[in-house]
Design a binder for this molecule. Sequence first.
Ligand SMILES: O=C(O)CCC(=O)C(=O)O
Ligand SMILES: [Fe+2]
Length: 771
Amino acid sequence: MASSVVSLSLTTPLKANSFRKYNLTPLPSLRRISCCSTREISLKSRLALPATCKQRRSVELFTRCGVSSNDFPAEKEKEKEKEKERSFGEWVEFLGEAVSTAFPVWVSLGCLLGLVKPSAFNWVTPDLTIIGLTVTMLGMGMTLTLDDLRGALKMPKELFAGFLLQYSVMPLSAYLVSKLLNLPSHYAAGLILVGCCPGGTASNIVTYIARGNVALSVLMTAASTLSAVIMTPLLTAKLAKQYVAVDALGLVKSTLQVVLLPVLAGAFMNQYFQRVVKFVTPLMAPIAVGTVAILCGTAIGQNASAILASGKQVVMACVLLHASGFLFGYLFSRLLRIDVASSRTVSIEVGMQVKTRCLDLFWRQSILGIRSLQYRALFLASVTPSSVASWLGSGDAVPQNSLKTEKPMEAEGETQWSSLLVPSVLEIAKENNFTTVPPRYLRSEQDKTETLDDSCLSSKLPVIDMQRLCSVSAMDTTELKKLDLACQDWGFFQLVNHGIDSSFLEKLETEAQDLFNLPMEEKKRLWQRSGEFEGFGQVNIVSEDQKLDWGDMFILTTQPIPSRKPHLFSKLPPSFRETVETYSSQVKSLAKILFAKMACVLEVEREEMEDLFGDVWQSIKINYYPPCPQPDQVIGLTPHSDAAGLTILLQVNQVEGLQIKKDNKWVVVKPLPNALVVNVGEILEIITNGRYRSIEHRVMVNAEKERLSVAMFHSPGKETVIGPAKSLVDKHQQQCLFKSMSTQEFFDAFFAQKLNGKSHLDLMTLDNTSS
Ligand SMILES: O=C(O)CCC(=O)C(=O)O
Ligand SMILES: [Fe+2]
């Protein structure tokens, strides 16, 4: 074929190698021409092409050597006919073109939606993400042949330039931007960390969409990712003075899984199964565009609050970093006399960092106790500019979150209940030679005062026998009265003979322990999502300066069943999930009996109590307090009172730690074998108009032994209005001490403040002097 200048009509991106292969010279600007150009292909030029090229999916070529279809009237007629009967396949192709041409629009919409309505992406599971990326990479592979990949391997100058620029332009840009903007050291460290990460899947997709050299991009990603094992720690240590370990095996595995294998499979299919390829190709570009837009939206959605909170400075830093990567990646490549398509590829590869990897590193940082919020903010912001600067698309953050098949009833309140991300105490405690506690966990003397352990009072904590309570007759109401007094005087009691099998409790204990001992990789799948409080994580951490508790927690909504988070439940170890199911229903029954008994002794109408707690909202919170070398310098759980109606707590391995405030002294709740600790929460205090008291309590930690507890909180449904029980106030002609509001409003107010003593309930108190 003559090496005449041709313009190319592509339905999927084409690479410089293809041109070489067919001895064609690409025009500088490889704009995709709409599929109607297929009709313009002159017979002459078609016939002039090698057979493989003609068969090659929809990569169609037409010459502009002074001959066009217009020069053949008969053909023109035929083309007109054809236009009338555009086949289904052509329509698909046409729509695919339209969708992918508007790529920047879709990505921007995805980002915007993620920012304003993060829940719109709740359905995006990690599995779906992997599928989306794999299909996309497979589609890209289908635009290549094995020869193309071989060809790209024969471009050492481009590959080497990509590698060099990747690890020079971005880290240096990050360093200079942080100096230019005078970023605080933690922001600067985060920015440099982002700058030292390798390119990733997203850069391949964007190269594909931006009509760069996909084969080169894939090989560059592979090269930079594999070398990240050395380069990322080296550069971060040099520039940020912080050494960041890199999971070498994980990097190799994910590069193979999501990049190399699908691309090789696609190229293989293109070489040997052209019919199939031809059939599916028109769908691949829109799938790629959709995947990128959805992943951008998801990444931004998961972290919308952090992005909004992270401030202009961080966003500006990231915009500058990426812009510099794209610009200098392109300029230096051109200076090295690399062709336009390959320079564009290098620019994309350099400017786009792999967000999954940044996230991984970020996790590691947070585990090591480095101020993690800033990394998070930086990670997030690093996604933003690349998507908002639309022509290039965005990062490939694999979301930690996933499927939510039912509308969560807590959708509105959750954002306010969410917490800043903090390190896992267990991971800190696991570190070798761990002897001193990070400063953020050290409490002031004031925090630790009144530590009087009054063992005399401790032994007086009421013990209620459930069997006796249930068998009260009109004649013998001793246990009922004991319950009433316990709730009034102590707000706490131990419950024995509750009917839950001791061997089942042992199973729960072991499995709860196993849950916390899962490898970090597994635990990450169960971590809190931004804007939510369920999963591993913390609640009520509202500032970076706030002191932290020496404990980890895992929270799940267990009842009503439709409000469970399927993405968390489905990922629980199966046996533990079953145990939680059983325990949840057993404890729910106990709670309902206790509510009924309380109604009876309080003379609250049974129906009123039923209305309040009939559709009980139950959640499980597993607390894990690792041993601490300085136990008297830390607090396992800050003094607080529970917001719920009733808490039923299992002190797992009989290790002491729970203390309650009685007469201004901290009293230890000594674990009794097979007993459950029950305490009145603030909602019950409100409902009983202050007769039952929600008592402040806290947890201290042990030097040698870890401690675990499983708390089950029981509250009315979120829409239920809570306030002093009408039948109670009417009967005793009492004044209402508390306002009425929905449970949702109550919790919103509760989480709006720090978990701090009882100050919250004061907000709910009515000022009766003025009424
Ligand atoms: O760990 C404990 O014993 C108490 C836990 C607790 O008070 C809570 O989770 O609210
Ligand atoms: Fe509590």
